[in-house]
Write a protein that binds this ligand. Sequence first.
Ligand SMILES: [Zn+2]
Length: 326
Amino acid sequence: MTSLRRALAALCLAAAAVAAHAAQPPRFELVTLGVEGGVSSDNLSGYLIKARGDEHYLALDAGTLVAGIEKARASGALKNSTGDILHQGISAYFISHGHLDHVAGLVIASPEDHGNKPVYGLASTLDVLSRDYFNWEAWPNLADRGKAPALGWYHLAVEAPGTWFPVQGTSMSAKLWPLSHDAVVSSMVLLRAGGDYYAYFGDTGPDALAHGKRDLADVWQALAPLVRSHALKGIQIEASFPNDVPDAKLFGHLTPAWLLRELQALEDASGGKDALRGLTVVVDHIKPSLDEGRDPRALITTQLAAGNTLGVHFVVPAQGERLVFP
Ligand SMILES: [Zn+2]
């Protein structure tokens, strides 16, 4: 064989390997319905996730829902009609905490939603949904408990921290951990599909500002074995403010500096230097600024890159994107 023919044969083999890899659907697929942490009601925290082989999505928070589905359809990230996606595409919801920017889309779309879907969350989160939103004053009671008549369009499914439960309509199971978020208990959901995992964090501050609570330290201990075995395909967590916002003004949120410090703790728990290299970290909940000339997204992206000695793969998605986790 001439060296040219050998080179061609090697190229063909490489192309075949790429094609085989490309043909395999991603282990997880995430669609961003809303990515910001406030100000504009049509771009608040809301994501759809599904696992390889699944037809239905779990919604991860629902600050923006229908407006986000329409944005994702316009960009090609979602294909079906808005009604199909809302009615059939989403088979369940996870709500990380009861703040308005994580539930508004669900509440507003609820009269159009069908099917006694589960809304998973910690007891304290679902108490807020029932007491403060689905109470016949803020909104009709479409939940299955609370002020009568409870119409039961949603099943408020309380899940205890640390216990696996199946996600209805999907092949995924899930487990919750509490997070410290100013005066509120927020939560992280760890999703499992086969041997693959994805961790979605609701709003959280750093442990160092949590008045003695060490919720993130507990989460890092739980994720460390999955990092070591490369079973964790992605982490999604907030960085709400750029680094120049002082600690006293964070109100239970992270900056890039605090996020990098917390990820350092995960690296330490996972075996030390380079343990996180190549791990995808999706960064969300950036709070926009209406100050002329101030661009928190650009600042946060730059600050994350500048401090990234961990070698993680930071992704700061826009609204209406489809992210895949191979
Ligand atoms: Zn919040």
